[in-house]
Write a protein that binds this ligand. Structure first.
Ligand SMILES: O=P(O)(O)OC[C@@H](O)[C@@H](O)c1c[nH]c2ccccc12
Length: 269
């Protein structure tokens, strides 16, 4: 059974919502990304989105854009580097399900025929490609299914009649975007968000996760119990940004990781 399926089954058993953090791999460096992943697990993450930094992150707000730039400062970070971070974390005892999060261009550069066997042998359970249009996802879906990798779709409040089509082809879970626009913390969400979530949940037996803009415990609680998973990217990446002086100092790295742990604990308690 895919680790994502196992994890959501456990969460449903415990009637809990899973915390799904997103990080840019390589920010500030690959080794620290392994340490951050392990810290997220200790702090209570259910699974983790490993973001492949990209030079043209169209769907990302300023926080993740800065994070991608920092990661790419030390030279190109490939999908293979991100897979290596997952393998290293696993080898150091991390049991989290890994979701590779990448724009479509790096996937094409690496080659579909190469990526999927690698994801499978690296025990990476899911893949999110935010700019893969449903109309062009045939080949990617077939390869993902062949290698047992969940290709997780994004559904936006404006998806309306497309919801059924997107959800009917979904695998693993359905990622509901809470608002329109780019990633980044928000004070309020799309007006019809509750109705939108009900529509998606009524359209699938798959777990449903919500993301975009969630940055504090009040917002986390608002969606707990309503969704099976809650994705937080920018608010966490911002914490990593603030902890950079510690994370990049060998003598203070553990202090930086503790700051991240404390942020997550307060976010999801
Ligand atoms: O950053 P936020 O607002 O917490 O949203 C999660 C988001 O970061 C993560 O899932 C993500 C990162 N880049 C994306 C691009 C498109 C959709 C989603 C994403």
């Amino acid at each position: 059974m895919n680790r994502i399926d196992q994890k959501f089954a456990e969460l449903r058993e415990k009637k809990q919502s899973g915390f799904i953090p997103f990080i840019s791999v390589g920010d500030p460096d690959l080794r620290t990304s392994v340490d951050i992943v392990k810290t997220l697990e200790e702090a209570g993450a259910a699974m983790v989105e490993l973001g492949v930094p990209y030079s043209d992150p169209l769907a990302d707000g300023p926080v993740i854009q800065r994070s991608s730039l920092r990661a790419l400062q030390g030279g190109r970070i490939s999908i293979l580097d991100c897979i290596q971070v997952a393998k290293q974390a696993r080898s150091e005892g991390c049991e989290l399900p890994f979701i590779l999060f990448t724009y479509f261009n790096p996937v094409l550069q690496t080659g579909l025929e190469r990526i999927f066997p690698l994801l499978q042998e690296s025990d990476i359970s899911g893949l999110i490609i935010p700019d893969l249009p449903m109309e062009e996802d045939e080949e990617v879906r077939a390869m993902a299914a062949q290698y047992g990798i969940h290709l997780i779709p994004l559904v936006a409040p404006t998806s309306k009649e497309r919801v059924q089509r997107i959800v009917s082809r979904a695998s693993g879970f359905v990622y509901c975007v809470s608002s329109l626009g780019v990633t980044g913390t928000r004070t309020e969400f799309h007006t019809g968000i509750d109705e939108f979530l009900s529509t998606v949940k009524a359209s699938t037996d798959l777990p449903v996760a919500i993301g975009f803009g969630i940055s504090n415990n009040e917002q986390f609680k608002r969606f707990s119990g309503v969704c099976d998973g809650i994705v937080v990217g920018s608010a966490l990446v911002r914490q990593i940004e603030e902890a950079l002086p510690q994370l990049t100092d060998p003598n203070a790295k553990s202090e930086g990781l503790l700051q991240i742990r404390n942020f997550v604990k307060a976010l999801i308690e």
